[in-house]
Design a protein around this ligand. Structure first.
Ligand SMILES: [Zn+2]
Length: 199
């Protein structure tokens, strides 16, 4: 059973980890076998949550990590992200209402895994590595990053991963980051714009 984390500092650390894992959900799904799910309105009250499970146990409600966020109204409150506040109207069958940008803070966190265990330490290291950025191809390799290239078309989900070896081959061929990204073309839909991120 997952235990609630009551220490507010640790709760914020867990919340930041969960947010970063969700941001790099493709990496964590493919390389670490864990799925993240971000719910933008849990119960009609504007509460949001991130739920992390093993991919092969995706629908279990005994989450490895779960964090519940609430809008933060206090000035000095430590907020972790900004997002639209979505609430219902306290009536059945009425559409939800978008109440605009709000700041959210971690309200509750639950952990099934050990924060200092090998698996969780690996995730923490992954997030540190994935949050590095570089504006040259060489810098990208030095930061120990692979590259995920995603099609920029709204209706196409095609993606490809360039390994470190691929990146090194492009550097050896005298390619710059700009030249490389400008020549990407989706093999599914032929769109030329692509988004790159660390992998
Ligand atoms: Zn495409």
């Amino acid at each position: 059973m997952a235990a609630e984390v009551v220490n507010p500092l640790r709760r914020n650390e867990i919340a930041r980890l969960a947010l970063a894992m969700d941001e790099h959900s493709y990496f964590f799904s493919l390389r670490r076998g864990v799925k993240t799910r971000f719910s933008r309105d849990l119960n009609g009250s504007g509460t949001q949550g991130i739920y992390i499970n093993r991919a092969d146990d995706e629908f279990s409600s005994d989450y490895l990590i779960s964090v519940v966020f609430q809008p933060s109204y206090g000035k000095d409150d430590e907020f972790l992200y900004e997002a639209d506040l979505i609430t219902d109207q306290r009536k059945d069958y009425e559409p939800t209402v978008n109440r605009g940008k709000h700041r959210f803070k971690a309200w509750r966190a639950y952990m099934e895994v050990d924060w200092n265990g090998d698996e969780c330490r690996q995730w923490q290291a992954d997030v540190v590595r994935l949050s590095r950025s570089a504006d040259t191809l060489t810098g990208w390799i030095q930061a120990d990053l692979e590259m995920i290239v995603r099609c920029g078309s709204r209706n196409c989900w095609h993606s490809a991963i360039l390994s470190k070896t691929d990146l090194e081959r492009h550097v050896a061929a005298g390619m710059t980051l700009e030249a490389l990204t400008s020549q990407f073309k989706c093999s599914e839909c032929n769109k030329r714009e692509a988004r790159i991120s660390a992998f």
